[in-house]
Design a protein around this ligand. Structure first.
Ligand SMILES: [Zn+2]
Length: 244
C-alpha cells in the first residue's frame, strides 16, 4: 500500500461521490494498493479493511483525528481529539480465514464478514433480515449430531455464540470510543466508522482544493494538473497574491 497523490485522491473522490460507503472504501483501497487484486480487497474482512483505511488516512491527513459527538443525555456537543494509535487494533494472530464453533450439538464452520457481504445487504431496510442474510453468507458448513444440515433456523443461542466469536476474531471491525460528557458527566460509547469519517474529510478537502484550483486558474490561466502538482507553500504564495 502507498499514499495517494492529490490528483489520485481527487479522482477517487469524483468516482466515489455517487457510491455507497462500502464502494468508497474499496475505491480508496484499490487506488492505494495497486499490487492487490480487486477480488482480494473485496474479501478482506472488515477489521483488516478498516485498519488499512486508517493507515491511509494517517498518510493523507496525519495521525490526529478530530470529530464531534453529541451527548445523548444533555445534547451538549463535544469536540473529540484522538490519535490513530488510540483506535488502531492489532489482531493477536494473522488474518483469520475460517472459524469454528462446537456447541449445543452443532459443529459450525464460518468466516468473517467482508465488503462483498456488506455491499449485498446494504440496501435492506429491515435490520433483522440484513443480519440474518449476513450471517448466512458467512456460514461455510453446519453439522448437527454429525449430519450436515441447512444453515437457516439455527437456535438463537448458537447465532449469538457465532456473532460473539466473529467480534472476538475481528476486533477492528467495530471500534467503540469511550466518551464522557464534561457538562453532565454522562458516559457512553460511540461507534467510530473510519469509512464515513475519512470520506467526509476527503469531501471537505476536495472542495477546498478545487476552490484553490479555480482561483489560480482564473487568475493565471494555469492548468488544473499543474496547480495540483505545486507544493502547498508555492500554491499558498500565489493564493495570497491574488487574495484567494
Ligand atoms: Zn451531557
Amino acid at each position: 500500500m502507498r499514499a495517494l497523490s492529490a490528483p489520485e485522491l481527487l479522482d477517487v473522490w469524483e468516482r466515489g461521490n455517487v457510491q455507497s460507503p462500502v464502494h468508497r472504501a474499496l475505491l480508496l483501497l484499490s487506488a492505494a494498493c495497486p499490487e492487490a487484486s480487486a477480488d482480494s480487497l473485496t474479501k478482506l474482512n472488515i477489521g483488516e479493511r478498516d485498519a488499512r483505511l486508517l493507515t491511509l488516512r494517517e498518510w493523507t491527513f496525519g495521525s490526529q483525528l478530530i470529530g464531534i459527538a453529541t451527548c445523548p443525555d444533555c445534547r451538549e456537543r463535544l469536540e473529540l481529539t484522538f490519535n490513530v494509535a488510540d483506535i488502531q487494533v492489532t489482531p493477536e494472530s494473522g488474518p483469520t480465514r475460517e472459524l469454528t464453533i462446537d456447541a449445543y450439538g452443532y459443529d459450525v464452520h464460518f468466516r468473517l464478514p467482508n465488503s462483498l457481504d456488506m455491499a449485498t445487504i446494504a440496501d435492506h431496510k429491515d435490520v433483522d433480515v440484513a443480519r440474518e442474510e449476513l450471517l448466512e453468507s458467512c456460514l461455510l458448513s453446519v453439522h448437527h449430531d454429525g449430519e450436515e444440515i441447512p444453515s437457516d433456523h439455527l437456535p438463537a443461542s448458537l447465532v449469538e455464540a457465532i456473532v460473539d466469536r466473529m467480534a472476538e476474531a475481528d476486533p477492528g471491525a467495530d471500534v467503540q470510543l469511550a466518551l464522557s460528557c464534561p457538562s453532565c458527566r454522562h458516559q457512553w460509547h460511540a461507534t467510530f466508522d473510519i469509512v464515513l469519517f475519512f470520506w467526509s474529510e476527503i469531501n471537505a478537502w476536495a472542495y477546498h482544493r478545487l476552490h484553490e484550483v479555480h482561483t489560480l486558474a482564473l487568475a493565471y490561466g494555469w492548468r488544473e494538473a499543474d496547480i495540483l502538482a505545486m507544493s502547498p507553500w508555492r500554491r499558498q504564495f500565489y493564493l495570497e497574491r491574488v487574495g484567494g
